[in-house]
Each structure stands twice: as structure tokens, then as C-alpha cells.
Design a protein around this ligand. Structure first.
Ligand code: FCB
Length: 766
């Protein structure tokens, strides 16, 4: 992504936020000195007395700028350093400082951009009425002349006033900025006088031969919550009215007089209501509309509003009655400002459409993201806005530059030093400056005159994004079938998102098939030797018939788990079948996290109808007339399912994990007449206890198990139990694995079970 030749990359700053040296070399106080020294005005109780001590460290700071490769640096001149009383005698020492600074900048090939007013009105002028007084605008023209006289041959671009909306409405209406007054009338008068000051200064500068003249406005698209998601959304008349009013107050109050020579009529109504119109004199608008060469756009976030008739006005927006300033969903900076980069494109396009032929420049954009120096957030923020600016340029917008806010952490007005907007971190105890990642990133942007090509995604990047191994990425890229559908989808999503183009290496990293599958017997299943042996027998024969070898692995200890996992992760086998133990066991989960095709007994693919088996036992006992059945349960998910099935038939059955308690009369007055044990092994235990306590099976106590193990067939009486169709099960496992290896979808199967009725429930039973 390249920018036009000559595109200006730079940073902006302001005097009071960085200079310090508040009382040095004859500087007079400004309204921000007064305001920050008054108790309770600044969030952290700080002042700009020292700030970044830039007054003394400007050479070092220009060195930092040089290191970044900046083409331009927009700083502001402190009015009360130049004119300590706001007017009258010029303080040469104050101008000396700016001369040193501009010379330094020019020496390093950085174009000096000077802002004449960034909010620090000389206190002497505030004392004589401040911006609500017309006199201040006239004084400003004198000040502009004095600065131009000394620096005019060096300054590349002049910005008259920075963000007059903030200075007038936060300073004179909301009172959250200096001078902290709260009067809608004074705010509107201030705004007009700042416009006038701009026009008068622009005239003075033009006459004196200034190279390029502009102004820096805080501008924001005003949107409804709905428009945030869909720019073209139709608005209700009420919402359209709310949007238009706030846009008039925030944007057009300044744009229209400066660029069209008129106030928006709907704004004039509001002004008249709050302040009258006496302060707007004939001829003012012609002065204000003196032509400028560049419009500076400070963009941080949109304003999101909607009509809400009952709302009182916002203090910063006198005239905003009936408008709700809505919360913006989605990401925000540490300052809480919503992150909406597309707002910059919208704004720039609109300015270009409304004021064709005018050069634009982003004169501020940046974000507070806290103190850290690995500031990926800030990089992402500025990058997104640089992209948004580029999008506007592609549409033909005459955007000439992008100045980030700001070089280094500084005094962020009413928030003090808590807010961090710097590309460079400042340790205020030592004044040490340290580049953040964002500074390094910006250096690259400048060097390339565009965004650094995102590092070309590699196999590793894709693997990391998808959370799989490189081999898996390679398999997906090469269209191999053996990757599970979820994993394949993840990889494909990552490939698309990162724009990965498989290279030769990826193409040639085609995985070897090993021709081997593992059959893993995890933990003891002693009650089901028949199942295990059937699975071993059938899985082996089915898979071997398909030309594969079967590796039998036992996984009954942590160490053997690791061995099995290593086989899967290293893809030493093409697939695995796991028979988990009848107690909870982490191996299945760990294997599922690898990308080896896995078929798990009891998993989603091959399962046994456990609950159906429990219910079959229940129905059988009910038919026999049992009235007080009990359930002897054990560990594992299957046991839980079996119990659940049984309780569907016998909701009143007592459930216990303690065979002795269930059967010893003294302990259990309930005296069950039947016990359903969730495994054959437990059922054998019940038979033993029954014998000990003198209960006859099945006359006094019917007993049933689950699993149809070998042992139950040889007890006296033989055990009634639920038979799992081991052959079907083994075949289902083997077939599922074959499908998975071929990349076929695997249809889940729940295998039916069968009740085997024997002597432990029915005398004379088989
Ligand atoms: C802008 C101001 C600038 C700084 C940034 C964060 O409104 O112009 O001084 O405070 O916001």
C-alpha cells in the first residue's frame, strides 16, 4: 500500500503539553497554568510546569524525530512565551526558543509546521475577558504577526488555531478545560471570536508572505448507532434532525464560515437562543472566509447520536436538547474513545465532496493505550487509520499528509499524565524517552511511504493461527483427505484470513502415510475382556484387510499416555482407535487436540445405548413384580447413563455406590428386593454380599449386571446382564476409522444392546 510521492508523514504536539519551563526566560502564565494549579481540575493533580521538559530537551527530541524519518513536525507556539501579556512587548527570548527549534528541524530535513494557538491563552487576556471578548481575536492577529516576523522565513506551514470547538466548548461551556467557565453564551461568543482570530491571522500571514496557511479542526462524522454498521441506513426524521444538529454544532460551525463564508442557518438559531447574535458583526464572515491552503483534520472517533425527546442538552453541546449521545458498541481505546477507523474515510470523502479543490491533511490521529512499550494496540489503531486515509486517497481525496498524535507521552490536559498517546514512552521521573513498537512501525511506514507489507504468511503462521501442526496445514493445502472436517475448516479459515499462498516447500511437505493405525486400550476394562478381545480381533482383521498394520498399545499410566500422544503428534500412525477406561481419563481429550484421525468408543462416533440397557433392566424387574429396587452405581459416564435409563422406569429406586450399605439390613431399613449393578463386576460383588447376609438370589433379591462379561455366566445362579454387541461394536469402530482415514464423513452410530436374562433374576432362568 503506497502513498503518493511527496505525501507528508509527521507528528503533532502542543506547547503546554510538552514544553515545561513554565516560568523561564520571561514566559507569562497562560490559562492552562492557572487551571492546572487550581485544585481538582486535573485528574492526577498534575500541572504542565515541567511536562516533558522539551524546552530544554528539544535537541534530543528533534533527534528522535530524525530517527523516525519524519518529514514534518507540527508544534505549537506558546502565545505567552512570545507575548507574556498577550499583547504589547514581545519577549525575544521566547521567540529564540522557537527559532532554535525550527533551525534544528530544518537542519535535520524536517519541515516545521507551526500552530499558533493550541489552547494556552495568555492569562492576561483571559483576565481582560478571554475569548468571549472580541478584543482577543484582534490581539491574536498581532501575535501572529510577531511570530511570523521572526519565523516566517523558516516555517513551512502555519496552522492558526487547533480545535476551536474544544477550546471554546470545553473551556467555556462544559468547563472541563481552561479557563473552566460554564456559559453557553460565552462558548458561542468564543467560537465566533476564534473564527475571527483565524481569519484575521490568515490575512496577516498571507500579507506577510506565509508559505502555506491552514487550520486544524477536530472533525467527526456524526452517525446514528444504526449507521455505524450500515452507512446508508435511512434515518427517521427525528434521528436525521439529531444528526444534523450535532453536525452543525461540531463540524459546520467552523467549516462553513471558514470555507463558505456563512453559518449554517440551523446553527444560527441555536446561537441566537443562547447568546444572541450581537457578537457577529457585518463583515466578520468575509474575514473568516479568507482562503486557506490546507485544512487540518484531527480525527479520533465519530460521534454517535440518536433522537430522544426527553434528553436535556449536553453541557459541551449547548443546543443538543433532545439528543442522546449513544454508547458506541465495539472496541475502544484506554481513554474509552471508540475505535472506528472507517469514520476517517467517511469524513475525508465528505470534506472533499463539500469543499472540492481544498487540500486536506490529517493533523492528528492516535490513541491512548496505556503505558506499555509493546504497543500492538497503538500500531493496529494507527495502521487502521492510515489504511482509512489511503482508501480516501484512492477515491481521489486530496489528502497531503498524515501527522500522528503524538511523538511522546505528555500532559494530556484534564487527564494529566495518566493518558499515553506517545509513539515514544516518557519516564517522567527521569525524562528518559524510549521508543515504543509503534515508533519503530511508524519509521517503517515513513521509509516505505506506505504500510510495510504484512510479513508473508508461512506454513508456521497458518499453523499457529489455526492451532494445528505444520504437517496438518500441509495436508490440507495438498488436499489430503485424512484431516478431520473441523480441523480442515479451521486451517482453511486461517489460510484465507492470512492470505497464505502455499509455496513449494508446503507443497512438497506432503505427509508420508505410515500405513499403520494404533489401537489403544486405555486403562483397565476388566469386566469386559470379551469386548476388548472382540475389538482387537475385528479391528485388526478389518484394518489389515484394508492393507494397514495395527499397532496395539496399552495406555494405563501417565508414561504410556505420553507414548501414545507422541505417536499421534509425530504422525507415526495414520489414525487411532481408543477404548477408554470406565473412569474419567484425560487421554481422549489430549488425543482429540492432535490432528490424528481418532475414533473413540463412547465418543460421538461410536457409542453404545447405555441408557437403553439400564431401561431394559428396569422393565424386566418391574415385570417380575419387584417393588423396592436399588441401583449400585460406579464411576464413569457410561455408568451415569445406565442409571439414568433405569430411573426412567423406576424413578423411586434408591441409588448408592456402596453395596454393603444397600444390603445390610441394619444400615438400610429399605431392604431392596432387587439390585441393578451398573457393571457385571459390581453385580458379582452384590452376589457375594447377599450370600454373606443370608439373602437368597433371586427369591429374596433379584440381581442384574451390565456388560455380559465372561465371569457372570459361571456364577451360581448365573447373572442377568446387558449384553453389548461386541462384534457390531468392533466393526463400527474399524469402519469409522477407515472412513476417517479416507476423509469421508463418519456417520455416528449408537449400538443397540440386549438383555440376557439368567438365574439371578428369574429362578429357573437360563
Ligand atoms: C486532541 C488535542 C491534542 C490531544 C489529543 C489527544 O483533541 O488537540 O492536544 O489532547 O486530542
Amino acid at each position: 500500500m503506497r502513498f503518493p510521492d511527496g505525501f507528508v508523514w509527521g507528528v503533532s504536539s502542543s506547547a503546554y503539553q510538552i514544553e515545561g519551563a513554565a516560568a523561564e526566560d520571561g514566559r507569562g502564565p497562560s490559562i492552562w497554568d492557572t487551571f492546572s494549579h487550581a485544585p481538582g481540575r486535573i485528574a492526577d493533580g498534575s500541572t504542565g510546569d515541567e511536562a516533558c521538559d522539551h524546552y530544554h530537551r528539544h535537541a534530543e527530541d528533534v533527534g528522535l524525530m530524525k530517527g523516525l524519518g519524519l518529514r514534518a513536525y507540527r508544534f505549537s507556539v506558546s502565545w505567552s512565551r512570545v507575548l507574556p501579556d498577550g499583547a504589547g512587548k514581545v519577549n525575544a527570548a521566547g521567540l529564540d526558543f522557537y527559532e532554535r527549534l525550527t533551525d534544528d528541524l530544518l537542519g535535520q530535513g524536517i519541515a516545521p509546521y507551526a500552530t499558533l494557538y493550541h489552547w494556552d491563552l495568555p492569562q492576561a487576556l483571559e483576565d481582560r475577558g478571554g475569548w468571549p471578548s472580541r478584543d482577543t481575536a484582534e490581539r491574536f492577529a498581532g501575535y501572529a504577526a510577531a511570530v511570523h516576523e521572526r519565523l516566517g522565513d523558516r516555517v513551512d506551514t502555519w496552522f492558526t488555531i487547533n480545535e476551536p470547538w474544544v477550546a471554546s466548548f470545553l473551556g467555556y461551556a462544559a468547563g472541563t478545560h481552561a479557563p473552566g467557565r460554564r456559559s453557553a453564551a460565552e462558548a458561542f461568543r468564543s467560537a465566533h471570536h476564534m473564527l475571527l482570530a483565524h481569519g484575521l491571522a490568515a490575512g496577516v500571514l498571507r500579507e506577510a508572505g506565509a508559505r502555506r496557511i491552514g487550520v486544524a479542526l477536530n472533525l467527526s462524522p456524526v452517525l446514528t448507532p444504526g449507521q455505524l454498521g450500515d452507512q446508508d441506513q435511512e434515518l427517521t426524521p427525528e434521528d436525521a434532525g439529531a444528526v444534523s444538529r450535532i453536525d452543525a454544532l461540531l463540524n459546520r460551525q467552523f467549516l462553513d464560515p471558514m470555507l463558505r463564508g456563512s453559518y449554517p442557518p440551523e446553527l444560527l438559531e441555536v446561537v441566537e437562543r443562547h447568546a444572541g447574535l450581537d457578537h457577529v458583526r457585518d463583515g466578520d464572515l468575509d474575514l473568516i472566509a479568507r482562503p486557506i491552503d490546507v485544512l487540518g483534520v484531527n480525527y479520533y472517533a465519530p460521534h454517535v447520536v440518536q433522537a430522544q425527546p426527553s434528553r436535556p442538552g449536553e453541557p459541551a453541546f449547548p443546543g443538543s436538547e433532545g439528543v442522546l449521545f449513544a454508547a458506541t458498541p465495539g472496541p475502544a481505546t484506554a481513554m474509552g474513545w471508540p475505535i472506528v477507523p472507517s469514520g476517517l474515510t467517511v469524513l475525508l470523502r465528505r470534506l472533499a465532496a463539500d469543499h472540492p479543490g481544498l487540500d486536506l491533511m490529517v493533523t492528528e490521529n492516535g490513541a491512548d493505550f496505556g503505558d506499555g512499550s509493546r504497543d500492538a494496540d497503538r500500531v493496529a489503531f494507527i495502521e487502521a487509520h492510515v489504511r482509512a486515509a489511503h482508501a480516501a486517497i484512492s477515491d481521489g481525496v486530496r489528502l497531503r499528509g498524515f501527522l500522528a498524535w503524538t511523538l511522546m507521552d505528555n500532559f494530556e490536559w484534564a487527564d494529566g499524565y495518566r493518558r499515553k498517546f506517545g509513539l515514544v514512552h516518557v519516564d517522567f521521573a527521569t525524562q528518559r524517552r524510549t521508543e515504543r513498537d509503534s515508533a519503530r512501525w511508524f519509521r517503517e511506514v515513513i521509509a516505505r511511504n506506505g504500510l510495510p507489507a504484512a510479513p508473508r504468511p508461512t506454513l508456521e503462521t497458518v499453523a499457529a493461527r489455526a492451532g494445528v501442526s505444520r504437517a496438518t496445514v500441509s495436508r490440507v493445502v495438498n488436499g489430503e483427505a485424512s484431516v478431520r472436517p473441523e480441523v480442515r475448516a479451521r486451517v482453511q479459515a486461517a489460510v484465507e484470513e492470512l492470505g497464505y499462498v502455499p509455496n513449494q516447500a508446503a507443497r512438497s511437505l506432503v505427509t508420508r502415510r505410515t500405513g499403520t493405525v494404533a489401537l489403544v486400550l486405555s486403562g483397565p476394562r476388566h469386566d469386559n475382556a470379551a469386548l476388548v478381545s472382540a475389538v482387537v480381533q475385528y479391528v485388526t482383521s478389518v484394518l489389515e484387510a484394508s492393507g494397514r498394520q495395527v499397532r496395539l498399545m496399552l495406555a494405563d499410566s501417565e508414561r504410556s499416555h505420553r507414548r501414545v500422544l507422541a505417536q499421534a503428534e509425530g504422525r507415526h500412525v495414520d489414525g487411532m482407535i481408543l477404548l477408554p477406561p470406565d473412569h474419567p481419563d484425560p487421554l481422549a481429550e489430549r488425543l482429540a487436540a492432535t490432528d490424528v484421525p481418532l475414533v473413540l468408543l463412547g465418543g460421538p462416533v461410536v457409542a453404545v445405548d447405555e441408557a437403553g440397557g439400564g431401561a431394559a433392566v428396569g422393565r424386566h424387574l418391574r415385570e417380575l413384580g419387584c417393588a423396592r429396587p436399588a441401583v449400585l452405581t460406579g464411576p464413569g459416564a457410561a455408568a451415569g447413563e445406565r442409571v439414568r435409563g433405569f430411573l426412567e422406569v423406576f424413578p423411586e429406586a434408591e441409588v448408592s455406590g456402596d453395596a454393603g450399605r444397600l444390603l445390610a439390613g441394619r444400615l438400610n431399613p429399605m431392604r431392596p428386593d432387587a439390585v441393578f449393578a451398573v457393571t457385571d463386576a459390581l453385580a458379582l460383588e452384590v452376589l457375594g454380599i447377599a450370600r454373606e447376609v443370608g439373602l437368597r438370589v433371586p427369591e429374596d433379591l433379584a440381581v442384574a449386571g451390565f456388560g455380559d462379561g465372561e465371569a457372570g455366566r459361571h456364577t451360581l445362579p448365573a447373572l442377568t446382564t446387558v449384553a453389548v454387541p461386541v462384534t457390531d461394536l468392533a466393526l463400527a469402530l474399524a469402519r469409522s476409522l477407515l472412513s476417517a482415514l479416507d476423509g469421508q464423513p463418519v456417520a455416528p452410530s449408537v449400538l443397540p444392546v440386549r438383555l440376557e436374562v439368567r438365574g439371578s433374576t428369574v429362578s429357573g432362568g437360563r
